[in-house]
Design a protein around this ligand. Structure first.
Ligand code: G4P
Length: 525
């Protein structure tokens, strides 16, 4: 039976997985795709070092489209849900797009390496999710290796990220002594190596949390110890609250081992139960748009340029917020009131063989773009104008001075610079007095894409001079005194002529704050 639009929206779960490089994001994503039947072999997504990975659906999609969309959005069905996982590129691909992707999801899964705890990139991405108030679910990975004490990890969550935690399960041992998970939420024990015991993987517990019968695992002293720990956690720990989870104030914590595919399925099932469906999205006028509305609307959160000079096309990624999308439909671009026919569109599938006819609120579509769109743009149908809230700007951390190599190319240099800045590919600053151009980014990749696009799309070779990492802080223009500029900071202005300082390091910033206590130093996000 065909589902109604409302039923379709209600079964969407759109989320991102956030983590520091190497925590296991790719491995866990792959397991989720396997459960969803979206890929057939492990190694399909990753394959980066193996060299002999299955020739994947991804690569075919890429070839067909002549553009790299690898794992940008992965869609699959699991039980009655339709899952959209949005990739948040890390490593050398970390960029403002990584942050912006978090504007397009309804919840986030935070993967933590049990030996390393909370690392820098996780913290940054977490803060963006926190700012949005979306639910955050935690998966503590690599239990098959020796890691930190589980209790210590929960304390770290609470102290470093300032979020309450609720363990849904608890590890029985770790590393070589890893025996399984004590699943408080489902009131059962999940055995890591059933072959070592009675062969059963899931052993139910009684209501008073005892093994329902004599089982090999009951002979382990570690099992008794875990039972005591769990009692203590349930008595002294935070209370489970769906309301707090929904507001992002409490994170349910799951332990597991993605590599050995242990605990991942339980995680997925439980996560999908609590992860929110698409909610009404806020417009600039603070009103919200009903996701079940007949009128289509969505916003652009990412523009991916093709790095192949033979194909200059770009893909604009749209998060649908209401209505449904059909190929060839006419939409209005809010910023310009221009009408656009959405002919050249694409949907992102984890499996190219499947074709989805309908995209609804919660889904992501990709539009081939010849320069119509900017990041943050709203498109809509219907007579009532819809304009979604502007996407936030993120404080850049890396800076480069930029000039045109050939002075005769100044005109195209300015044009390219302005357009790429407007599109949201990079941020632009000028030194306060001499007005030298400085570009700012949150990841190195942004500079490389910028340089490449200036050459390929604007025919301008540029010279970039590294300034390295800096701490950017904005100040009130009325408090500005040029004498505040010193050898340890650079006074600059942003593209709206607002003054800011680029500090060498934390020390230089503190020194400034001590010297000028009345000056408030503001970050973007
Ligand atoms: P990422 O996307 O977050 O960067 O992490 P990825 O999944 O690529 O995993 C990073 C490394 O950690 C991989 O090792 C992966 O196999 C390993 N890993 C992931 N989950 C687990 C787990 O549950 N247990 C153990 N023991 N290892 C896990 P690798 O392929 O050897 O690559 P690399 O470490 O050389 O990058």
């Amino acid at each position: 039976m065909e589902l109604t639009q409302q039923q379709e929206v209600d079964r969407r779960r759109t989320f991102a997985i956030i983590s520091h490089p190497d925590a296991g994001k790719t491995t866990i994503t792959e397991q989720l795709l396997l459960f969803g039947g979206a890929i057939r072999n492990a190694g399909t997504v990753k394959g980066k070092k193996t060299g002999n990975f299955a020739k994947s659906d991804w690569m075919d999609i890429e070839k067909q489209r002549g553009i790299s969309v690898t794992s940008s959005v992965m869609q699959f069905d699991f039980e009655d849900k339709r899952v959209n996982i949005l990739d948040t590129p890390g490593h050398e691909d970390f960029s403002e797009d990584t942050y912006r992707t978090l504007m397009a999801v309804d919840s986030a899964v935070m993967v933590i390496d049990s030996a390393k705890g909370i690392e820098a990139q996780t913290k940054k991405l977490f803060q963006v999710c926190r700012m949005r108030g979306i639910p955050i679910f935690t998966f503590i990975n690599k239990l098959d290796r020796d890691g930190r004490e589980p209790l210590e990890l929960l304390e770290e969550l609470e102290e470093v990220l300032e979020i309450d935690s609720y363990p849904m399960n608890w590890p029985i041992g770790m590393g070589k002594g890893f025996e399984g998970l004590y699943d408080m939420y489902h009131n059962r024990v999940e055995i890591y190596r059933p072959d070592r015991y009675d062969g059963e993987r899931l052993i139910p517990l009684t209501e008073d949390r005892q093994l329902s019968r004599e089982h090999d695992i009951s002979k382990l002293s570690i099992f008794d110890q875990v039972q005591d720990e769990v009692e203590l956690l349930l008595e002294a720990g935070n209370e489970f609250s769906e309301e707090k989870i929904a507001k992002g104030e409490l994170t349910p914590v799951f332990f597991g081992s993605a590599l050995t595919n242990f605990g991942v399925e339980t995680f997925l099932e439980t996560f999908l139960q609590f992860a929110p469906k698409p909610e009404a999205h806020k417009k600039v006028d603070e009103e919200r748009v009903d996701p079940y509305s007949d009128d289509f609307s969505g916003f652009i959160f990412k523009i991916q340029a093709n790095m192949n000079p033979a194909h200059r096309d770009r893909i604009a990624f749209v998060r649908i917020c209401s209505g449904s999308f059909t190929k060839g439909m006419d939409v209005t671009l809010s910023r310009t009131d221009k009408k656009i026919k959405l002919n050249n569109s694409t949907q992102f599938m984890a499996d190219s063989r499947e074709t989805v006819e309908k995209a609804v609120a919660g889904d992501i579509i990709g539009l081939y773009d010849t320069g119509n769109y900017q990041i943050g743009d709203t498109i809509y149908t219907g007579k009532d104008k819809i304009e979604y809230e502007e996407l936030p700007h993120f404080t850049p951390e890396l800076f480069m001075k930029v000039t045109a190599k050939n002075v005769m190319k100044q005109k195209s240099f300015y044009k390219g610079l302005n357009q790429l800045v407007q599109e949201g590919a990079i941020q632009l600053y000028k030194t306060y007095l001499t007005e030298d151009f400085i570009v700012g980014a949150v990841g190195q990749l942004q500079f490389e894409v910028f340089k490449h696009r200036m050459l390929n799309e604007y025919n301008t070779e540029i010279i970039m001079e590294t300034m390295g990492s800096k701490i950017a802080r904005w100040i009130d223009p009325e408090q500005l005194d040029e004498k505040m500029s010193s050898s340890r900071n650079i006074l600059a202005k942003d593209r709206f002529d607002q003054p800011l300082f680029l500090f060498e390091n934390q020390f230089a910033m503190r020194w400034f704050a001590d010297k000028y206590p009345e000056v408030e130093l503001k970050a973007l996000l």
